[in-house]
Design a binder for this molecule. Sequence first.
Ligand code: FES
Length: 150
Amino acid sequence: MADPVQSILKKFTQKDKSNLIPILQSVQEKEGYISPVAVNGISKHLRVSKSNIYGIASFYTQFKFNPPGRHSIKICLGTACHVQGGDFLLNALQSEIDIIPGETTEDAKFDLERVACLGCCALAPVIMIDKTIYSRMSVIKLKEMLDTYE
Ligand code: FES
């Protein structure tokens, strides 16, 4: 089977550094995250150092460097959610699943991401797991909600 990263790189025949972001987006779309193997391949293809790639990619919150979990948690820290205790929820969530945003739990059950707005500010504070929105969240509801996921 062809290496998916190499097949993406073949589409970007011009070894132009301006292709870095589109390449990263394609890799993430295909693989779900940017692996060290992918960074290595991109580095050779574009002749850009790996540290440079990590530096640029980590500037954009859309890029993940860990394989996604079975369930993806997005916690909103936009203004409405922040005002309604989003940071407090994030702290509770981090303690509960023992990871910080950008990471995946050891058992690969959850990955965690912070986002700027989930588009339902009237229901703040909001957490989304996979495609389900949990509105007016509280620390008490949090554990109950997490327990429903396998
Ligand atoms: S600020 Fe959280 S949903 Fe908009």
